[in-house]
Design a protein around this ligand. Structure first.
Ligand code: IPE
Ligand code: IPE
Ligand code: MG
Ligand code: MG
Ligand code: MG
Length: 402
């Protein structure tokens, strides 16, 4: 996978085992380095079943995706690097700055994520509908929630798995964009007063705070619809065999609906204020968060024409990643910094949510994140091509502060 080779020369210069040990240590420290000061953390720790949750959980000192991505983003733009052009430019950018040797392991992946995110943003803006008043108010709300924020993990997964097989990833952008539209729809609805009632999202007022509940509801609905409109638009589906596109649509519809994200949200709401058995909690996480991440990886493989074994490995990777991602989200809801997170902290506590942290405590939760991260990376061994970005992205998500 020549073009998807990232600027990760630093990995080649290091003993891989040493690098792995280093990252594991960083991951282990993440969330454990600082004491929880707030009462919320202490209360929660007190309630947790685990005896080891003495409230020592905290903030990773390490890399922060948003910040890094932002910097890399402008660097990427300055270089005019396009994803399809791949590593060549990223590499020369690194050399031009003469900083290659001093780069930390995750930086190349951060830059790659930033390039994916930048291409996605550009593509997403072009898919938004142009319409007259008064419908344009909904279009404005859609753009507000779809553009200008977010880590773009789901879209990046589509692109990264497609990238394992194809140098030019442009054809996959509408499908990666569809994932981001469905994700944005899920966030708009998730924040509504009838759900989590959160006023802040991606560092700005939630959609319903900015546009009102009715507009937000419609914007979420319309984003879901737009995802399917874009995927079936002949301009975008033409490069692929029709059967592949159909399979993608089927998988995405399933992962979004009651058997996926919406089903998980339904469990989440049904369990508010109740104690939740561990098995149900796991199902909830795998559905509400895992389903969209897993299908993103799967769609990247399907579009690329990957064989079944590879699709399975991709889903296995993203399943672990998704579970870890939601546990980390729950940890950050307690230990995070709202300014960095771009969303309120303490929301789970306020809503009486059952979370992994509530059941097991912060320490065990972070250990589980690390364990799942290692499992996710193991699944990548079954895939062809250069999977370094996907490995690094798993590490970034473990250490993330937003
Ligand atoms: C937030 O997802 C919702 C969860 C599933 C935890 P992200 O953390 O990926 O949100 P953005 O897209 O980066 O804002
Ligand atoms: C996941 O859970 C939400 C979705 C599936 C949209 P959360 O409710 O914890 O997500 P945040 O914390 O609001 O982003
Ligand atoms: Mg929620
Ligand atoms: Mg929420
Ligand atoms: Mg949350």
């Amino acid at each position: 996978m020549e073009a998807a080779v990232l600027n990760m020369a630093v990995l080649d210069n290091k003993d891989k085992k040493e690098a792995e040990a280093e990252r594991t240590a960083v991951a282990g420290r993440a969330g454990l380095a600082k004491e929880v000061k707030g009462t919320k953390g202490a209360e929660l720790a007190g309630r947790a079943e685990s005896p080891e949750i003495a409230g020592s959980a905290g903030k990773a000192e390490g890399a922060e995706i948003g910040e890094g991505a932002g910097k890399a983003g402008s660097a990427g733009k300055a270089e005019g690097a396009e994803i399809g052009e791949g590593a060549g430019k990223a590499e020369s950018a690194g050399k031009a700055e003469g900083a290659e040797e001093t780069k930390t392991i995750g930086e190349a992946a951060k830059q790659q994520l930033s390039r994916y995110a930048h291409s996605l943003e550009t593509a997403l803006a072009s898919y938004l509908p142009q319409c007259p008043l008064p419908e344009s108010q909904v279009a404005e709300a859609m753009g507000y929630s779809l553009l200008g924020g977010g880590k773009r993990i789901r879209g990046a997964l589509v692109l990264a798995f497609y990238h394992l097989y194809h140098e030019d990833i442009a054809a996959a952008l509408p499908y990666a964009g569809a994932l981001e539209m469905i994700h944005a729809f899920s966030l708009i609805h998730d924040d509504l007063p009838c759900m989590d009632d959160d006023d802040l999202r991606r560092g700005k007022p939630s959609c319903h705070k900015a546009f009102g509940e009715a507009q937000a509801l419609l914007a979420g609905d319309a984003l879901l619809d737009l995802a399917f409109e874009v995927m079936t638009d002949p301009r975008y589906s033409r490069p692929f065999p029709a059967a592949r596109v159909l399979q993608v649509i089927h998988c995405l519809a399933r992962a979004t609906g009651l058997g996926g994200m919406i089903g998980g949200q339904a469990i989440d709401l049904a369990q508010e204020g109740k104690s939740t058995p561990a098995e149900l909690l796991e199902r909830m996480y795998k559905l509400k968060t895992g389903a969209l991440l897993a299908v993103a990886a799967e769609i990247g493989c399907i579009l690329a024409g990957a064989d079944r074994e590879a699709c399975r490995a991709a889903v296995e990777y993203a399943d672990h990643l998704g579970f870890a991602f939601q546990i980390k989200d729950d940890i950050l809801d307690i230990t995070g910094d709202a300014a960095l997170l771009g969303k309120p902290i303490g929301s789970d506590e306020a809503n009486g949510k059952t979370t992994f942290v509530r059941l097991y405590g912060l320490t065990k939760a972070q250990q589980e994140v690390d364990r799942l991260n290692a499992e996710a990376k193991k699944a990548l061994d079954k895939l062809p091509g250069d999977t370094r970005f996907l490995r690094e992205m798993a590490d970034m998500l473990v250490c993330r502060q937003n």
